[in-house]
Design a protein around this ligand. Structure first.
Ligand code: NAP
Length: 270
């Protein structure tokens, strides 16, 4: 098993990374940046998002696993004092096929611009927002006009991203075994003149939505932690990525709802 490691860059994460590299060298487990079988993320969810984007072209062959060092760590199953245990479990695994993995759906975003078509993947979500003015965009579902959106923006999340920005927008938390995307509004304008549905919508994997912003509208687009400003976007199609999922290595069970409870409610229920 070849591994690569990304860390957040703070002292604790760096020390843990050094410890892991030492253990791996002692064991003879090779470090391989180009084509690892497993990628260890030490930090927070932001660190795992970076790891995902570094390896988004190799999702079929790479499994991710995370150690969280102090922040929320929704994606990360392991605590810093468990590094030795996790290392042994990784080293004991001889081939990638022996790994126990879960597959989570991701969002595919197809941007049609004046220059052509670009395809992106998001682990958490894609958002678009107006810059210096209200976002005005027509939203279609399965090629039928659905609504004319006016407001701050639109967020389209994956099930594993449903606990991130989507949750702050009042979206539902969706179990990642459901291949779906969720559309959540960011401060839509709703009055006698302008109307949107006002509730989050969940689309199954065989559905898609298209967003048609007003021509040359200056917008801020985000794909997970990455932000870009664009004014050349003609339309945006979002759907569940058909053939690609992200793989997380699971060396022990950690049910999704336990993860949600620990992240948002805490350990002690009174
Ligand atoms: P950040 O602003 O430094 O951190 C955002 C927070 O979201 C962190 O606490 C992070 O956990 C947590 N988080 C990320 N993915 C999550 C997930 N799938 N489930 C639950 N919590 C999650 O930004 P960042 O670290 O670069 O992360 C980018 C993400 O921030 C975006 O994908 C978006 O979801 C989120 N965001 C949220 C809001 C909002 O809620 N209003 C606004 C903008 C962006 P860690 O502390 O473990 O890193």
């Amino acid at each position: 098993m070849k591994y690569f490691l990304v860390h957040r860059g703070d002292d604790i994460s760096r020390q843990l990374a050094e410890q892991f590299h030492t253990l791996a060298a002692e064991h003879g487990t090779p470090l391989c940046e180009e084509a690892p079988d497993i990628v260890l993320s030490i930090g927070g969810d932001g660190t795992l998002l970076h790891a995902f984007h570094k390896y988004k072209e190799q999702l079929e062959t790479i499994a991710f696993v995370g150690i969280h060092t102090g922040r929320l760590g929704f994606f990360a199953d392991w605590k810093p004092d468990e590094l030795g245990v996790l290392a042994q479990l990784i080293f004991q695994t001889r081939t990638p096929e022996e790994l126990s993995v879960v597959h989570y759906p991701v969002v595919e975003i197809e941007l049609t611009t004046e220059a052509g078509i670009e395809t992106h993947l998001a682990l958490n979500e894609f958002t678009l927002k107006g810059i210096e003015e209200t976002l005005v965009a027509q939203l279609d579902i399965n090629d039928e006009k659905f609504e004319m959106f006016r407001g701050d923006g639109i967020c389209i999340s994956s099930p594993s991203g449903s606990t991130a920005y989507n949750k702050s927008l009042g979206g539902a938390i969706v179990h990642p075994s459901l291949a779906a995307i969720q559309i959540a509004e960011i401060a839509s304008i709703n009055n006698r003149v302008y109307r949107t549905l006002g509730s989050p919508i969940i689309l199954p994997k065989h559905h898609h939505c298209d967003i048609y912003p007003r021509e040359h509208q200056h917008m801020l687009l985000s794909i997970d932690h990455q932000y870009i400003q664009r004014s050349d976007v003609k339309s945006i199609r979002c759907r569940v990525a058909a053939d690609l999922k992200v793989k997380f290595a699971r060396f022990r069970p950690f049910p999704f709802w336990n993860r949600v409870r620990e992240a948002f409610i805490g350990y002690d229920i009174k």
